[in-house]
Every structure is written in C-alpha cells, then in structure tokens.
Design a protein around this ligand. Structure first.
Ligand SMILES: [Zn+2]
Length: 227
C-alpha cells in the first residue's frame, strides 16, 4: 500500500476568494501533506477602481497574484477557467465542468462559497456555490454524464463539502497556527488590498472571534455538508 496523500479541491469565483474563505485551512492541510488544487472560475477582470487599468491587463496581473498566493499556502496547482468577472451563471455547462474536475482530481474534501448566504451581493459567488454543489451530485452518480464513464472517467464521491461565508456554520477549523500564512497569501493580491485600509486587522479579528467560541486562538468557519 502506498501512502497516497489526501486531496482537496478549492473552488472560488475570483482570485483571492479562496484565501479569504479558507486560507488558514488550506495552509494547514498543505502542511499535513494534502494535495491541494485551486480552481478560479473568473479572471477577476472587473476588480479595480483604477481608471487607468484595463480589464485585459488586470486579468493577467490577477493570475500572477493568485499563483503567488497559492504558493504561499502550499497549493500544488491552480486552474484558471478565465470566465469574465461578473458574468457567471450556475449553468448546466459550469456544473458539468466542475463535475469533470471532481471526477478527475478525486478530492476527499471540497471547499467553496455558501450560495445560500442572504444578501450576498456578488452574483459570481452565488453562481459558483450552486454550480459546485450541483456538480458534486453529477460527479457522484453514474447516470449523470454517462459518456464520461464510457471513456474511463468514473464517478467520485468526496467525503464532505465545506462552504465558507455560511450564515449557519457548523464546523470550526482550528487555524491558530496559520493566521500569518493566510495574511501573507492575501497580501499577494496587491490589486485588491494595497489600497484597502485595515483589512489585515479585520481578517485577524474575524478569525479570533470565530475561534473564541470553540476554544481556539483562531478559526475558519464552514457549513459542512456530508456527501
Ligand atoms: Zn469574490
């Protein structure tokens, strides 16, 4: 028996969402030897208030920032789907694409946005959350996408799906030793955070507050769905 590493798939709408949502958890899993893959659904090409910035240039810079952030966390690979920022829909096509990655990478754990969060402004966060949840079902059951089974891409059932940004979280990950790594990864997203006052304090405070209830110095909270 080989000691095969556990695998995680982390799917975010924009470059930086994975770090905000689960950066501490990802760094922790990476240190435990997990094989971690990021999927970034959009190119983030509308995330700027700089009048001199073009969408084209921004999308290139944000891929570099995302690669640097992933490296800080110990992520093995980053897949860029390069959809336009703000234009995602939880379409059957997006669902099928996510399902294919799930069947291919065979993750034990999947992390993504909680699409049921009330009053969440950004449409891409909802779209990705719903498409991933639906994709888990398509990846798990053989009568979905039967042609993939015929070419050897069989079903895969992750152990659990973890949703960040949940209003009713029921799972706290102790990331007391990983706050600094999360901050360092976030700091790589220069286009998003260099001009934002106090973001680091807010992130640290939120993690400390989440941890307090559970006896940890810092935590990241998720809604955990068994699959
Ligand atoms: Zn986002």
């Amino acid at each position: 028996m080989t000691d095969e590493p556990k695998r995680a798939l982390v799917i975010g709408a924009h470059p930086d969402d994975n770090e905000f949502g689960a950066g501490g958890t990802i760094a922790k899993l990476a240190d435990q030897g997990w094989d971690i893959t990021f999927i970034i659904a959009t190119n983030g090409n509308k995330g700027s208030h700089d009048p001199a910035m073009s969408s084209f240039r921004l999308s290139e810079i944000r891929e570099q920032e995302q690669r640097a952030a992933a490296e800080v966390l110990g992520v093995r690979r980053v897949i860029f789907l390069r959809n336009n920022d703000g234009e995602l829909e939880p379409s059957p096509a997006l669902r099928a694409e996510f399902a294919l990655y799930i069947r291919h990478f065979k993750p034990h754990a999947i992390y993504t946005h909680d699409p049921w969060k009330h009053y969440m402004l950004h449409p891409d966060h909802r779209a990705v959350g719903f498409a991933v949840i639906e994709a888990v079902v398509s990846a798990r059951d053989h009568l979905f996408m039967p042609g993939l089974g015929q070419i050897g891409i069989g079903v895969w059932r992750p152990e659990a799906l973890y949703l960040w940004g949940a209003e009713q979280p029921d799972y706290a990950e102790d990331v007391s030793d990983y706050v600094d790594r999360k901050i360092a990864a976030l700091r790589e997203h220069h286009t998003q955070l260099d001009e934002v006052q106090g973001w680091e304090e807010r992130v640290r405070q939120r993690m400390a507050e989440a941890g307090k209830e559970h006896g940890f110095a810092a935590a990241e909270m998720f809604k955990k769905l068994p699959v």
